[in-house]
Design a protein around this ligand. Sequence first.
Ligand code: TXA
Ligand code: MG
Length: 274
Amino acid sequence: MPTETVYGIAALASSVSAVRETFRVKGRPADNPLIVHLASLSQVEEVVSSFSSVAQKLAAAFWPGPLTLVLPKLASVPDEVTAGLATVAVRVPAHPVALRLIHAAGGPLSAPSANRFMSLSPTRAEDIDPLVGDLLSLVLDGGPCSVGIESTVADCSEEGVAILRPGGVPREAIEAIVGGLRPSESVERRSPGLYVRHYAPRTPIRLVEGEFSGPGLHLGSSEPVEYAVRLYAELHRLDELGLAEILVQSPPDGPDWEAVWDRLQKATSGHRQV
Ligand code: TXA
Ligand code: MG
């Protein structure tokens, strides 16, 4: 299914067999939990056991949208979805096709990004790897994703809020709602999206300071939001060219570029084929 961030492999979150199939299609280890997608705020009570006031504020501010909240889970949520954790990650996506699909399915949908484990997420239906696409019942083409980078994952399961994965909602926007954030050290274990190498094309990537000529990912006059929209689509396109390496012009530093930098650093750290 399309979402505003990236395409996802949707399964009825209450169906253990469908959820297991998701992991198989993705080639993803079972200890890597999934995000549960809700049609509306009110559906939170179908999966979450306590919705803290700070989480309610964040949901009110950013749902539907690219913010995932990690909250204590109800016992009825299958362990397969949460990799046995006591928490569940939830968000309401801002995409009409995703919302209609959740309604039609009759319950929340778990959905990891629709890429093979450790590969680039697709932001257009045509960028879905055939290794994934051929195993799916159906691909709903909702056009290009408007955000283009995965959701921000915020842990609200304990006192305070910690960012586990930077993403579509900037850290500063979250801070503006909740005040200070809890530091998020040693979250690699808790949020496997933080694996050092992740989100990588097959071709090695090299970051370059300043302008260069020839094929590659050029900064142009991009602002962080529009750069994120084209990041994965351009890397997919460059990956098809059979280049020895993909050159990427280093974006500026600064808080607005945090999520983009996170994905670029993961894509450039090692070139192991997976
Ligand atoms: O934008 C997105 O978030 C996309 C679209 C499809 O919604 N989905 C996505 O899912 O990126 P995935 O599976 O590729 O990444 C899910 C992230 C991982 O970093 C995972 O570790 C984290 O969410 N996560 C899921 N459940 C968690 C939990 N209970 N505690 C901590 N982290 C969790
Ligand atoms: Mg992913």
